[in-house]
Design a protein around this ligand. Structure first.
Ligand code: C5P
Length: 318
């Protein structure tokens, strides 16, 4: 049987606006999501017998059914029982590069790669949209992680319109010991700002329409890095930054040393600065490290990526 090695890209949010509360309990969002050249490597191969076998080199990553990649494999077995019976078990190895609990969709990217990998392993020939519909059952960010690049994401985050943005770089900063729970961030936002939520059927629908002709999509269409930098926005900063002053300070420090603009990604706590060149990103990374001088602070320099899950290599398993 073959084995498939896939690159699973992290994402940042260039824009995240919370419109209101949906009947399904999720929040209605407008986001601009962007893949990064910071990626986990996922190897998917067959396993004798049946079942799911998950390996990961990172001690904090769960290896059981609580791992989203494990749940992605379970969903494939449940959805395609005949293929599962024919091909046997699924073996998944995750080489972790994306920091965990970071607001960078690392777990979602691993699950996205698992869906793509099992599709290849079982030769199902699923269309990208079918894989994205399966992914949406497991998590709001998984459909984006499959197709990647730059996208406007609405609904729960699973409705995607592709945009294109290239030739920009990002410096990421995250305290290794700090993680933020996404459910906590959204719940706290609702507790504080629920009274400002839009009526989704009327004002919310107008807002969703308006974003298409709004300044951030215009700046992306023109590849206008400086304007994109000024328009970076994330509503979740309003609850995460006050709860974690360390992250607020990191944002202030990063914004103070240059770049096009600085923002917290998703529910945090990763903060990023966009730059036009790699050299500028590296200079900012060095200055932030010198100014904060805390061994707990992880800094990454990376490039925006135009793709999501990519097949790196195929091999014959031993
Ligand atoms: O979809 P996902 O499992 O990634 O979402 C994690 C949590 O984030 C949800 O359980 C929910 O609390 C919150 N969330 C939300 N609205 C969204 C996406 C996520 O409230 N559109």
């Amino acid at each position: 049987m073959n084995l498939y090695k896939l690159k699973a890209a992290a994402k940042i949010n260039l824009y995240l606006e919370i419109l209101g509360h949906r009947p399904d309990g999720f929040h209605e969002l407008i986001m601009v999501m962007q893949s990064l050249d910071l990626a986990d490597v996922i190897t998917v191969q067959g396993h004798v017998g049946s079942g799911i076998y998950l390996h990961c080199d990172h001690p904090q990553v769960p290896k059981d059914h609580t791992n989203l990649a494990y749940r992605a494999a379970a969903l494939m077995i449940q959805t395609f029982p005949q293929a599962a019976a024919h091909h046997g078990g699924i073996d998944i190895t995750i080489q972790k590069q994306i920091p965990i609990g970071a607001g960078l969709a690392g777990g979602s990217a691993d699950a996205a790669a698992t869906l793509v990998g099992v599709d290849l392993l079982w030769q199902l020939g699923l269309a990208q949209q079918e894989l994205q519909e399966l992914g949406a059952q497991l998590g709001s960010d998984i459909p984006f992680c499959i197709s990647g690049g730059t996208a406007l994401a609405t609904g729960r985050g699973e409705q995607l319109d592709n945009l294109g943005l290239t030739h920009l770089y990002a410096v990421l900063g995250k305290y290794n010991s700090l993680s933020v729970s996404t459910p906590w961030a959204y719940k706290t936002y609702r507790d504080h700002f629920g009274d400002t939520y839009l009526d989704l059927a009327t004002t919310g629908a107008e807002r969703r329409e308006a974003i298409h002709s709004g300044p951030i999509l215009g700046a992306i269409a023109h590849q206008d890095g400086p304007t994109i930098g000024q328009l970076l926005h994330n509503d979740l900063e309003k609850v995460v930054l006050p709860a974690h002053p360390q992250v607020a300070d990191l944002k202030t420090t990063m914004a103070g040393v240059g770049g096009l603009g600085t923002l917290m990604s998703g529910s945090g706590p990763t903060v990023f600065t966009l730059t036009s060149t790699r050299a500028e990103a590296e200079a900012i990374a060095q200055q932030v490290q010198e100014k904060i001088a805390d061994p707990d602070l992880g800094i990454w320099v990376t490039e925006l990526l135009p793709t999501g899950i990519q097949l790196e290599s195929t091999g014959i398993q031993n």
